[in-house]
Design a protein around this ligand. Sequence first.
Ligand SMILES: [Zn+2]
Length: 209
Amino acid sequence: MSETKLRDQITAIARSLFERGLTFGSSGNISVRHEDGWLMTPTGSSMGDLDPAAISLLDDKGHWVSGDKPTKESLLHLAMYEERPQTGAVVHLHSTHSVAVSCLDGIDHNNVLPPITAYYVMKIGKLPLIPYHPPGDINLAKAVKEMASKHHAVLLANHGPVVAGKSLLDAVYATEELEETARLFLMLRQERCRFLSDNEADHLINKSH
Ligand SMILES: [Zn+2]
């Protein structure tokens, strides 16, 4: 896809996420691999009102090349691109239900959400929790990097999800699936539930990852 088309795609998808309440204020960022680097939503910008020409261009080491200044959260994206060569795009949101789950005490840090639906397991699989570090802290990026070779999706404690995909649409659909599953999890926490068994979940993971 040409750079112009990629910029337009980022702008359209970012607006869609904003209009559906999945991101707000100037929070969240999305990036797409392009040639020797990647395009990324700039710092301080609202996903609802991006200027395609102002989208930041970074090189493959995460250095700012052109466009508006990138966000300090670009380190989260760099961690995914460096550890997962197959990654074509990364989405990071502060989506409400995912953030709510990231604040719960007593959740399983190796796999935050149970296998509620088959679709969730196919899109996300196992979701580790990254211990809390302030946004932009190099230790936060390091912790994501340590998990990235095994996981395309992670949840930052008291912060939100980071999800990599082969394409921007893959990453966005997986992030949306995570957000809706976090919502279901919160709805069902007080109910007696039958989730997928380990065998059923493993079967889906082996088929889709
Ligand atoms: Zn963030």
